[in-house]
Design a binder for this molecule. Structure first.
Ligand code: NDP
Length: 272
């Protein structure tokens, strides 16, 4: 069977950890030329070296996706090295945990800057190449992008914004063969909850949830590639998520209560 990803140029943001790292490694295993982007250069270099040692092709560009200039540079460096971009996986993201009544608005600004604007900036500079190659544009979202998640106003808002943005890009490019996919993993065992911002903007440090009973980043990564291969439009990885997306349309008040009850059960829940 022909390997669809062989020699494809793939940019993965947030590739220094968790889902992004697993996605980058999976593409490299499939023979893609992978560009790793994130802020932690040391982690990126380690992952790049391991990919190369395993016979893959990768390079890294230190990038803070909340900076338009750095996203432009990420795409420029990619094109300088590999001449084009076939696939962009907008994965870099942060979360939060605080009731809106308590939260410093700088937290919501940061969530939008990284999650939403990071996606917009990278897409802006990579899109002409991806369209030319009839490639794929991916947004790693969450079920919080389908229904508001209490204690995560900024997170949900950023994911809803990503949905609106990517859907519109899809429609604008309908005649050009561009594939756009929004993928929503379930709870995945990564660093995200440790780095989640609290009401005052500090990182929460510990995860309030049991990380041992979550899906793995590698599982999500396999679905990212499968979704691209099958040109999926939306891919929700859990049955709870799929039910949420369905019930949200027919019995939204039920979903409100289900979310409230679930999130208020977390230790030190910000919901009173
Ligand atoms: P991790 O915290 O493990 O990874 C987040 C990645 O984003 C890191 O590589 C981090 O790198 C990068 N990142 C954060 N801020 C920036 C920035 N300003 N510029 C560039 N890169 C940045 O979390 P996950 O792997 O879980 O998160 C990946 C995506 O998956 C996110 O979009 C998240 O919303 C989504 N998701 C996660 C779920 C989960 O339960 N884990 C569930 C549903 C969706 P660095 O710090 O080096 O910059």
């Amino acid at each position: 069977m022909k390997n669809r990803f062989k020699d494809k140029v793939v940019i993965v943001t947030g590739a220094s950890s968790g889902i992004g790292e697993a996605v980058a490694r999976e593409f490299a295993r499939q023979g893609s030329r992978v560009v790793l982007a994130a802020r932690s250069e040391e982690n990126l270099r380690k992952i790049r070296d391991e990919i190369i040692a395993a016979g893959g092709e990768a390079f890294c560009v230190k990038t803070d996706v909340s900076s338009e200039e750095e996203c432009r540079r990420l795409v420029e460096k990619t094109v300088e090295k590999y001449s084009t971009v076939d696939i962009l996986v907008n994965n870099a993201g942060i979360s939060m945990r605080a009731a809106f009544s308590d939260v410093d608005l700088k937290v919501l600004h940061r969530l939008m800057d990284v999650n939403f604007w990071g996606t917009v900036y990278c897409t802006k500079y990579a899109l002409p190449y991806i369209v030319e190659r009839k490639g794929s544009l991916v947004g790693v979202s969450s079920i919080a992008g389908f229904h508001g998640l209490p204690g995560r106003t900024g997170y949900s808002a950023s994911k809803f914004a990503i949905h609106g943005f990517l859907e519109t890009i899809r429609i604008e490019n309908l005649k050009k063969g561009l594939h756009v996919m929004i993928i929503a993993p379930g709870f995945t065992a990564t660093e995200i909850r440790k780095h989640a911002l609290q009401a005052d903007g500090s990182e929460q440090g510990d995860s309030p949830r049991d990380e041992n009973h979550m899906m793995s980043a590698e599982y999500v990564a396999r679905w990212v590639l499968k979704g691209i291969r099958k040109k999926k439009r939306n891919k929700i990885l859990t049955w709870e998520g799929r039910l949420t997306a369905l019930f949200q349309r027919i019995v939204p008040a039920f979903v409100d209560w289900a979310y409230y009850i679930e999130m208020s059960r977390e230790p030190q829940s910000p919901l009173k």
